[in-house]
Design a protein around this ligand. Structure first.
Ligand SMILES: [Cu+2]
Length: 169
């Protein structure tokens, strides 16, 4: 992902530089003729149409709409300063899991990490609300809950673990 973002940034910077260069070139010549504005109007309309097409084409469904899958396993997670409480320690692999997340004090961020500490999914834990995120674990193994929002001196101590186990067919 990072190289793609870098490449897009470089292309946009190059395009912007080209626009500035052409603008400064254009201002050197003689005064614009009577048709200058109609050309500009056409260009602006073309950009608006292109902008709408690109915006609509790049729309994605909101990831949280995936929460609360019907036949999923319900797992309740509660956070506090400074702990995570999870009401199960074993989750079957390959089954969608609805995590219902809340907190008893301040706002925390519940992040689920695999054994290599790669972030798999996350959701904000907000006092007085239950936020939901659905995730399906593909691989059996040890997983960790960590806090992703600085919430006080022992924020780094908010760690809990659970196991994902293979299901026998
Ligand atoms: Cu926290």
């Amino acid at each position: 992902m990072q190289p793609v973002v870098l490449l897009i940034s470089l292309i946009l910077m190059a395009l912007l530089s080209a626009v500035f260069y052409m603008a400064s070139k254009a201002s050197e010549g003689e005064a614009p003729g009577p048709n200058a504005n109609s050309k500009r109007t056409g260009l602006i309309w073309a950009m608006v149409v292109l902008g709408v097409i690109v915006s609509v084409g790049s729309l994605r469904s909101w990831p949280h709409a995936l929460a609360s899958t019907g036949d999923a396993l319900e797992v309740n997670v509660s956070g506090g300063q400074w702990w995570w409480d999870i009401d199960t320690t074993e989750i079957p692999a390959g089954t969608p899991v609805n995590f219902n997340v809340t907190t008893e004090d301040v706002t925390h961020g519940m992040g689920i990490y695999d054994s290599e500490l790669t972030l798999l999914t996350q959701v904000q834990a907000i006092p007085g609300y239950t936020t939901k995120v659905t995730y399906t674990f593909a691989e059996p193994g040890s997983y960790q809950l960590l806090c992703m929002e600085f919430c006080g001196v022992a924020h780094h101590d908010m760690v809990n673990e659970f196991e994902v186990v293979a299901v026998e067919e």
